[in-house]
Design a protein around this ligand. Structure first.
Ligand SMILES: O=C(O)[C@H](O)[C@@H](O)[C@H](O)[C@H](O)COP(=O)(O)O
Length: 234
């Protein structure tokens, strides 16, 4: 596990975008291709905005999502919509290599279980992700895995529908912890005072059912990327 602390959220976003571009470029240099899992949330979207100006072979990149808010296509609250506006609409990614989770008015209709199952099928042949980006909630959620919810205990399914989420919107689709752990590197990024407590608890080894972010780790490394406020209790 590696921890990075930046003075401000802006510094965090710009340094993390640089680190991400370097990590993806290094995977491309090794294998000719790279993959990244995106997250929603303020910090994750700020990093994507900062990544716009990176020099990268955008056409050799697969883009996945760690979770999605189950809303109609194009809804401004969808993580996909925000990631497109922040980054994907500004760089020459290959459209067929951008893999959003289904919207609530898409081919699986208003059925988040079907959307989750379809994403699990898509991920069947994906053994690993180079980098899985994640945010952290005030109560310790990550992706859309909330404390004490059934999704956090899931061990057989790769992707789950999540209902009654405490953070709006209430219905979401999320990778499960075993799927997140397929990533070579997991990067948990968070900022602000409200995150100081869950960050300290996760790093102290909290139980993942109580604090799902504590269960997110990569096969090679897990990076905790914080601003000074989120690191205040370490
Ligand atoms: O879709 C979402 O809401 C997320 O993917 C969620 O897990 C988010 O990353 C955290 O809640 C942190 O969000 P903030 O950075 O805005 O606090």
């Amino acid at each position: 596990m590696t921890t990075f602390v930046y003075e401000t959220p802006d510094e965090l976003a710009s340094a993390t975008a640089d680190r991400l571009a370097a990590a993806l470029a290094s995977a491309q240099a090794e294998r000719g291709t790279a993959s990244v899992v995106l997250t929603g949330g303020r910090t994750g979207i700020a990093v994507l905005t900062a990544l716009r100006s990176a020099t990268l072979d955008w056409s050799s990149l697969d883009v996945y999502w760690g979770d999605e808010r189950f809303l109609p296509a194009g809804d401004p609250e969808r993580n996909e919509t925000q990631a497109r506006a922040a980054l994907l609409d500004h760089v020459p990614v290959a459209p067929g290599r951008v893999h959003p989770m289904a919207p609530s008015d898409g081919e699986y209709g208003d059925d988040p279980d079907a959307a989750a199952e379809a994403y699990a099928v898509l991920l069947k042949d994906v053994a690993s992700f180079d980098v899985c980006l994640l945010g952290v909630g005030e109560e310790g959620h990550t992706a859309s895995l909330f404390p004490g919810s059934p999704g956090v205990q899931e061990t057989s399914r790769a992707v789950v529908a999540v209902r009654d989420c405490p953070k709006p919107p209430p219905t979401r689709v999320s990778l499960t912890l075993p799927t997140i752990r397929r990533a070579t590197d997991v990067w948990l990024m968070t900022t602000g005072d409200a995150k100081a407590e869950p960050v300290a608890a996760a790093l102290a080894g909290a139980n993942e059912e109580d604090l799902p972010a504590a269960g997110a780790r990569g096969k090679r490394d897990t990076l905790w990327i914080l601003d000074r406020a989120a690191a205040a209790r370490l």
